[in-house]
Design a protein. Structure first.
Length: 494
């Protein structure tokens, strides 16, 4: 057959140039895409920050990386993280996370998120980041005027020793009925600024936020189609009343609600909490939740819960609480001394049990999210979950315990968190997937060696087993080594 110029050109288009089209090919890995249930050996081609091909047929590219024997998964999406400082992002990347979100606390103005001082990540983000509109910081704007703060980043500044600052009007003063229209206006403004839903630190202001204010928040959320991401009120040792409250408001208004750190709020009632959430879904309520695979919690020593009968609420005593930065355990005397001398000190309270944590960690409809604390330096310790959560799930629950399948575990860190946000924020329709057209946020790991190394005593040990992590097609971890000076992370707005 004689090739005419037309057919010759067509042949060249479909053959030779394909090699130049693909900037990067990950070759021969075990590709797992939880949305499509794909689990097979494939080549994955990347170009222009996107996945452009997933192929059983070998692909060529300008750069080829052999990933045979490794799992090629969507980059992990962490819905609940306060560890978005530069150091925090470094550890998150080494745990396979490609997008971390400050949804529980949020920010207001939303544009201020990630812009403060030495902890700022704007323009130097390793991984993608974003925040909700923070109800607490709207309250700060309304109650504190010129002294208002825009979020945890503004409160804690550049020092690990700075107070979290919950003993302030935003957390202590009730909202007057005449202030509700202004509250709603601020909430709408924050969503218009790009907030990824409305974050509520409800348990930290449990004594002052009730009825009409709660309803106002849920009404604005429903009006805008935004999720409410809430740290529910905590009752005595797993009392589900706080959960029923937010489910009831979601049902009443039609808003979606996301419940933060299920196991930390439910404790011994985790099965009852899950039954209530699933029953609400069966009734048509949009309610989702998350957990992290550790048996402790972390907050400020002046958090509202510690102004109540916290030993009954958590079913623990003073010696079950430690100073986050040093590991020192409290006595009754030092607890009261430090509360007076060092208000806002970070503490870790050991109140959960593995049998409860395992229920949430193994549940296929509960997303994995770390609730990691801010990391300012390597001298002041933080809880380990902001460093090793993903690897802990994959190494301990999937491989060692065998209580969770690999596909299910990956779904909890990829497509499940993406699906929680994608109806409100279309950017998440391109994340949490290994499919042509998706963002090239990719985590490549060894299922036989992936493990968390961070401990309470020595938290600053990055996870093992992640060979490569890509954000928008750029390596932030390559051959197991963090890539210094690379900043492909982008801010995600509504």
């Amino acid at each position: 057959m004689r090739l005419t110029p037309f057919f010759l050109g067509l042949l060249l288009l479909t053959a030779g140039p394909l090699a130049r089209e693909h900037e990067l090919v990950l070759k021969g890995g075990r590709v797992i895409d939880p949305e499509t249930r794909l689990d097979g050996i494939r080549d994955v081609a990347v170009a222009g920050g996107k996945i452009v091909a997933v192929s059983e047929v070998p692909l060529d590219g300008a750069e080829a990386v052999d990933v045979s024997g490794l799992v090629v998964a969507p980059g992990f999406i962490n819905l609940h993280s306060h560890a978005w400082t530069p150091l925090g992002q470094k550890f998150q990347a080494q745990d396979g996370v490609t997008t971390e979100l400050e949804l529980e606390s949020g920010a207001y103005p939303v544009a201020d998120f990630g812009t403060h001082g030495a902890i700022a990540i704007e323009g130097r983000a390793v991984i993608n980041y974003g925040a909700s509109l923070g109800h607490a910081w709207v309250r700060s704007k309304m109650k504190e005027g010129d002294a208002a703060v825009s979020g945890f980043g503004a409160l804690i500044g550049d020092s690990a020793g700075a107070a979290i600052g919950m003993n302030r009007p935003a957390f202590r003063e009730p909202m007057r009925p005449g202030e509700l229209p202004e509250l709603k206006a601020h909430l709408r403004a924050g969503l218009d600024q790009g907030g990824l839903g409305i974050g509520m630190l409800l348990d930290y202001m449990s004594e002052v936020v009730h009825g009409a204010e709660m309803l106002a928040v849920f009404e604005v959320a429903a009006e805008r189609g935004a999720p409410v991401i809430v740290h529910i009120r905590r009752g005595i040792a797993g009392d589900p009343t706080g959960l029923y409250e937010v489910i009831g408001l979601a049902e009443q208004t039609g808003a979606a609600v996301h419940v933060c750190h299920l196991q930390a709020s439910a404790m011994g009632g985790v099965e009852e909490f899950l039954r209530a959430i699933r029953a609400a879904r069966d009734r048509g309520v949009t309610v989702t939740t998350e957990s992290f695979p550790y048996n402790a919690g972390s907050t400020s020593n002046t958090a509202a819960v510690f102004n109540r009968d916290w030993r009954s609420i958590f079913a623990i005593d003073y010696e079950d609480v430690e100073v986050a930065a040093t590991g020192e355990r409290f006595t009754e005397a030092t607890w009261h001394e430090y509360r007076e001398k060092f208000p806002g000190m970070g503490v870790i309270h050991h109140y959960n049990r593995e049998e409860w944590t395992s229920i949430a960690t193994n549940a296929p409809d509960v997303a994995v999210a770390s609730d990691g604390a801010p990391i300012f330096n390597l001298e002041n310790n933080v809880p380990p979950w902001g460093i090793g959560t993903s690897a802990r799930v994959l190494g301990r629950y999937v491989r060692e315990k065998g209580s969770l399948g690999l596909m299910a575990a990956l779904a909890k860190m990829t497509i499940l968190p993406a699906s929680i946000l994608q109806d409100y924020s279309p950017a998440f329709r391109r994340k949490g997937r290994i499919q042509p057209g998706s963002d090239a946020d990719i985590s490549v790991f060894d299922p036989e060696s992936v493990i968390d190394n961070a401990t309470f005593q020595n938290p600053f040990q990055p996870s093992s087993g992640f060979a490569h992590v890509l954000v928008g097609g750029t390596f932030v971890v390559r051959d197991g080594r963090f890539q210094e000076g690379v900043h492909p992370g982008r801010r995600i707005l509504r």
